[in-house]
Design a protein around this ligand. Sequence first.
Ligand code: MLT
Length: 407
Amino acid sequence: MITINEHYLKLQASYLFSDIARRVAAFQEANPGREVIRLGIGDVTRALPKACIEAFHKAVDEMADDSTFRGYGPEQGYSFLREAIARHDFQARGAEVAPDEVFVSDGAKCDTGNIQELFAAGIRVAIPDPVYPVYLDTNVMAGRTGSFSDGRYQGIVYLESTRENNYVPDLPAERVDLIYLCFPNNPTGSTITREQLATWVQYARDHRALILFDAAYAAFIRDDALPQSIYEIQGAREVAVEFRSFSKNAGFTGTRCAYTVVPRECMAYDAAGGRHALHGLWNRRHSTKFNGVSYPVQRAAEAVYSEEGKAQIRELVDYYMQNAALIAEVIGGLGFHSVGGKNAPYIWIGSDRDSWQFFDQLLNEAGVVCTPGAGFGRCGRGYIRLSAFNSRANVEKAMERLRRALG
Ligand code: MLT
């Protein structure tokens, strides 16, 4: 008899964004004439930068000629891309990262979901609340939690991000082994200072814990005093893995390219306390289960770091951040508390309504799709998230509709 992994039965009915997509599809079916503006899932809407497209085309042409054709590439990524990443995203900011510590992949979602495979079933996991659901769901699938009740899984240490702590969680009161942090934060759009991040690094060092630092939105940081990488913090190389993505800064959500940094000094332990480099373990996993990102996509990603690519990306990010500023202004003007939108493309909006009711109200009365905060965890109840990823015209129209529906 084929039996299932029963931990899957503990999961909530469906992945948050699939759930929202289903509700929106039902609304559209019932209201065929109504135009819906999507400020829900953080999916980019603008075309790939010209520099990326040119590199992409050129690489496709190389694949069309026997003399330049490429078959399997290195699973970890081509050295041209790994070197560009290490130089521009880290060394240029004074953070020590070597090219061979960069693992190119098809998404930060996959990497943040897959990496927990390296750790023992019994570790104590600390996860922010609210949180990008992938961190939590993949630990549920792996059997690190008990059942779900009242918005929480038993066995998880929740790191609450609330208005009271300015959406940056405090250190856990109990000892944990694995810590997920995401800054600029999805969903709240909040940021962490160097000093705050340094306290987490120190905690991890003191407790031989590991931080999984999701920096997929680093390119949206406008305040140069804020850290873009955890490796800007002294001592982080031994205790942190970092995830980055080309999805949001360069519009690669449909093209797929991301990377994970695993420093050579970063250690985890066996039951007897023996030290093991995570670099070797992740390399083993990556090369066994992943066959690399396609050559043309990696060439397109490399172009992000050319002079013209950098300028085009800056323009792209600025465009979305102007949307974010507009959303934050309108929401503030309507009298709602909000955070985010200054160094992140998300605006986290508090209200006295239930967040799914708020979602329904915006959909029905304004034809605007948001993400209900409750889908990100118990601390998201009463909140919704608006994303800045859409055209200016659509954001302006959506804000006009919100003014009418909520004003
Ligand atoms: C989000 O809306 O939270 C993101 O688009 C999800 C993702 O990047 O996978």
